[in-house]
Design a protein around this ligand. Sequence first.
Ligand code: AMP
Length: 281
Amino acid sequence: MKVVKNISEVKNIVNEWKQQGCTIGFVPTMGYLHEGHGSLVVKAMENSKVVVSIFVNPMQFGPTEDLDKYPRDLEKDSKYCKELGVDLIFNPEPGEMYPEGYCTSVDISGLSEELCGLSRPVHFKGVCTVVNKLLNIVNPDKAYFGEKDAQQLAIIRRMVKDLSMNVEIVGCPIIREKDGLAKSSRNTYLSSEERRAALALSKSIFAGKDMVKEGCREVDILLKKMKDIINEEPLARIDYLKAVDAMTMQQVDTIDRPVLIAMAVYIGKVRLIDNFSFIPG
Ligand code: AMP
């Protein structure tokens, strides 16, 4: 397995693979890898070669966000990728991705203004720009994204469609800790008391899932129950908890189409997200 920092080197390696008739699976990440990322890599193994990018993308962090303290451990990540059978890690420095004079961005309206876009106004512009650039560099047949970041997945699907990009986007289910907490690199920020309090998110998600499974279609009733569960936890503060159309990210009152029920909740200073989707039969 090679770890490459340079864009032209990645392009050369991938070109060679393509000439040999290989298919390329690509998993973009910010590193500090866990089994959530691992599940994407395992799925990507359906291709002949797997590329993982590890890049903490400055463009998707707002000025008051956790860019500097975002956890990083390339050595551990490399070991994990090697064990999983990854062929290439692309780990550029910010200056390689955004050299002096860089001034292009990819923005997507509507979809990116709801949910996480409300409290993180520059986030999805940064995500779309970096994912677009990474896809141009790696030129994969398929790229793998987690449903953990459901809004991001919807936005990337839209971008790929709107810009007629030649890549298939594959969504992968949320991987959770044994007690239900969705795995996240940001879970490392939690103190032990906060780690316990963070279970409010998955408890609320599981209760909501049960309610819609049992036939609840009224969003008000559903969200009230889900919010009550989170509000029982003194360390938790809801940023948002909404039901939206799974394609447009616009709020819905009734579950009469595919919906995404998504939340962002502060546990102390740590902002965590979780969600579930439901397609009525
Ligand atoms: P990140 O490193 O947080 O930017 O995540 C990289 C990719 O891994 C994104 O597509 C995420 O949605 C995905 N991912 C992160 N955590 C999980 C998880 N718990 N389950 C499934 N996918 C995840």
